[in-house]
Design a protein around this ligand. Structure first.
Ligand code: 5GP
Length: 194
């Protein structure tokens, strides 16, 4: 998605350890116009799969996931990283190891929000090693629901997540694929392939 690639090139910053900081339009300050276009793109890509819910993980996945759910006309479910006091009923839970934070988190979703009739589109901001996405896949599995696709705003194609998810048969659509962040330079997959 050209507008996204241009935004990453103009405003993305490489942080030590192969991490891309996009705090000016996605993770801290959010560009609503870009999020709207991202939502339209994911909706176009996955509408044919007839999703009944969009699922994301708090907090950075919420902006693109909300716009996608809006375009598809379905609810957005936000998996929580800490169980809030108000979440009193039964929950689905999965363990997610974060390589950026080097810690394991439990993610929880209320059982009342997903059931065996749901067709779930998973949306997240980044795909690195795939642990966040796999945690959400596990929640969907516990609900007896189906994963109809995984939409990622920025895939770090030099890490294993994309390969892992695709090898398990999931349809993964990434709007930007980063081939390398070596030496502090952002190189896009498309550019390396040309
Ligand atoms: P994974 O579970 O695929 O290893 O990592 C995905 C999660 O880690 C995303 O939900 C995102 O929050 C975070 N993440 C991984 N790599 C990056 C990165 O380079 N930049 C930012 N901002 N977040 C990242």
């Amino acid at each position: 998605m050209r507008a996204l690639l241009e935004k990453i090139a103009a405003e993305g910053e490489v942080v030590a350890g192969g991490v891309l900081k996009v705090d000016r339009f996605l993770n801290h300050q959010v560009d609503p116009h870009l999020m709207k276009r991202i939502g339209e793109e994911f909706a176009d890509q996955f509408r044919g799969e007839r999703p009944t819910k969009v699922l994301t993980l708090e907090s950075s996945g919420i902006s693109p996931a909300l716009m996608t759910a809006y375009e598809l006309g379905v609810p957005l479910v936000v998996a929580r990283k800490r169980r809030p006091l108000t979440m009193t009923g039964e929950v689905y839970r999965a363990e997610v190891y974060s390589f950026t934070k080097q810690e394991a988190n439990e993610i929880v979703v209320s059982r009342s929000l997903l059931d065996g009739f749901d067709r779930v589109l998973i949306i997240d901001d980044f795909l690195a090693n795939g642990q966040a996405a796999l945690g959400m896949v596990e929640v969907v599995r516990q609900a007896g629901a189906a994963v109809v696709g995984i939409g990622i705003v920025i895939e770090k194609a030099f890490q294993d997540g994309g390969r892992l998810l695709r090898s398990r048969g999931f349809r993964v659509v990434s709007l930007a694929r980063i081939a390398s962040l070596a030496d502090g330079v952002i190189r896009f997959h498309e550019e390396v392939m040309n």
